[in-house]
Every structure is written in structure tokens, then in C-alpha cells.
Ligand binder design. Structure first.
Ligand SMILES: [Zn+2]
Length: 294
């Protein structure tokens, strides 16, 4: 099993197998890509374009998919059917891919929720396709991912919305189809991990369905929950993942977590008792590479 880190700072952390860097966060700002890292591009979540081109925002029954509505969207969503915006995303990805990056990970590459999008463009395209609306939505997302795959030669990963059952119905994500184009599939399973019961259920369900290498992202940023909760989460998720990603967003937090875990004998004992050899190997590797004593 590998270990990775997700940052919104342009730093490579060499003790991790993968550094993911938010090069186009949901704010919509396009930052210079980080060479050698996996650069994360938020595709249809874009709080900048939603302001500058509000006509591109996804809609459902007259309601826009934006923050501050009763549907509690975390960011604003652009309609995945607009050629102008799809081309803008693909151009952004192509430009990043030229900068010696390890790869690109696509985030927020879906419809905002069930029922979206019924804008005039979606209505007309879905009617012309002759397909059932659900199938047509899934096709819109699949074709975008395929276009990205065909336009770059570096690695390509995909983040799914963390719903292992109804991704297609709710978000237009047809797991079997979209998996074909990517090197790995990732799911953010963000909780406070005071109880890891749900983490176990959701990870297990995804693992049964995902045929590609599977990355599980665990939330480890501010506000920090106790490290012992995160350690429980790592033990559970390591049963299912090919790679665990610590989403710390700050390098400082990732590094302090590393040394805290290496130095705390209770952490080693916890993994030993549960037979989590993959996590013990990671601790040993960190110990060696950071020169920190147990
Ligand atoms: Zn639309």
C-alpha cells in the first residue's frame, strides 16, 4: 500500500509516495502547476466562472446550483454540457500536463446532484440524443473524461463523489465506464473518525466495485480531530485501499502528523494488534526517511 498527501500549498513532500496539489481549487483560480506532483483540477466546481458567466451555472427547476441555497452546495457548479466551459477545462488541463507533472487528478467531474441539469442546452442535447435522461447525463460525464484522456499523455486519476450506490443516478458517474480512462479512482471519505463504522462500510462497498487502484482520502486538516481517531481511520481504510491520502492541505500538518505517529508507541501497538502491516511498513519508511527515532 502507498501513502499520499493532499495539499493546497505548492510543496512536494518526498516521504510520501504521492503529493496531490490543488492547482485549480473550487475557487476557480488557476495556479501554476507543481512539477513532479499530481495536480488536482476541479472540473465543474468553479466559484469564479459562476460569477463571471452566471449563465453557465447548472440548474434544476429554475434553481441554480450555487452556494447559499437551501440545497447547501459547498461550491458553485457549472453545467457539464457547455462546450465553451468544457474546452476551457481541457485547455487548462493540457497546459498543466505540459509542465512535467506526475499526473492530473480530476475532481468534481459530475452533475451537482439528481435532477441537474435542465438548462436549455441540456434539454436540447438530451432530446436530440434520443437517450434516457439518466443515460444521457452519464454519457456527458464519460465523454468529458474521455476527451481529457485523449488530450494528455501524463497519468490521470479521478475523484468520485463518495456515494458507492447511486453515483450514476445522482451525479451522472457511471463507475464501470469512467474507470476505463483513468489510472486510479479516489474517494474523499471525510469524517471526524470518532466512529469508523461508516468509513468501514463505505470503503468496503467502493472496494467491491472499483477495479482500478483505489485511493481513499482521509481528512486530516483543520480543525484537527485527535490523532488517535485518524489512526483508527487509517487502520480501517488500509484494509481496502491501494493508497491512503492524508488530506492535510498544509505541509506543516502532514509533517507533524508523521513525527507524532512515528514517536508514539501506542500508534505502533495499535497497528500491530490489528495486523496492519501495511501501516507499520509506512511508519518504518517514514522513520528511515525523516531520521526520526521511535
Ligand atoms: Zn445544463
Amino acid at each position: 500500500m502507498k501513502i499520499g498527501v493532499l495539499l493546497d500549498e505548492p510543496n512536494l513532500l518526498p516521504e510520501f509516495d504521492y503529493t496531490f496539489y490543488e492547482a485549480k481549487p473550487s475557487s476557480g483560480r488557476i495556479l501554476p502547476p507543481l512539477p513532479k506532483a499530481w495536480n488536482v483540477v476541479n472540473c465543474f466546481a468553479d466559484n469564479t466562472v459562476s460569477q463571471t458567466k452566471p449563465e453557465l451555472v447548472a440548474t434544476c427547476k429554475g434553481e441554480k446550483a450555487v452556494r447559499g441555497t437551501v440545497k447547501r452546495f459547498l461550491w458553485d457548479w457549472i453545467c457539464p454540457s457547455r462546450t465553451e466551459y468544457r474546452d476551457y477545462c481541457i485547455k487548462t488541463i493540457q497546459d498543466m500536463a505540459k509542465k512535467d507533472v506526475a499526473g492530473i487528478r480530476l475532481d468534481s467531474v459530475c452533475f451537482p446532484r439528481e435532477g441537474y441539469c435542465d438548462c436549455p442546452t441540456c434539454q436540447s442535447l438530451s432530446a436530440k440524443s434520443g437517450k434516457d435522461f439518466l443515460e444521457w447525463r452519464a454519457h456527458q460525464i464519460e465523454s468529458f473524461i474521455r476527451e481529457v484522456r485523449e488530450s494528455i499523455t501524463c497519468g490521470l486519476g479521478l475523484t468520485l463523489e463518495p456515494d458507492p450506490c447511486y453515483g450514476k443516478e445522482r451525479f451522472g458517474l457511471d463507475l464501470a465506464k469512467v474507470s476505463e480512462y483513468v489510472d486510479f479512482v479516489s474517494t474523499p471519505l471525510y469524517m471526524d473518525y470518532s466512529i469508523v463504522y461508516w468509513l468501514d462500510i463505505i470503503s468496503n462497498c467502493f472496494r467491491r466495485k472499483i477495479t482500478k487502484p483505489y485511493h481513499i482520502e482521509l481528512y486530516a486538516g483543520h480543525p484537527r480531530s485527535p490523532t488517535k481517531n485518524l489512526v483508527s481511520a487509517l487502520a480501517v481504510a488500509s484494509n481496502y485501499a491501494d493508497c491512503l491520502i492524508l488530506s492535510t492541505y498544509e505541509s506543516r500538518i502532514a509533517q507533524s502528523l508523521q513525527s507524532e505517529m512515528i514517536q508514539d508507541p501506542k500508534v505502533w501497538k495499535f497497528f500491530e494488534e490489528r495486523g496492519c502491516n501495511s501501516m507499520l511498513d509506512i511508519l518504518k519508511h517514514w522513520q528511515k526517511s525523516t531520521g526520526t527515532d521511535r
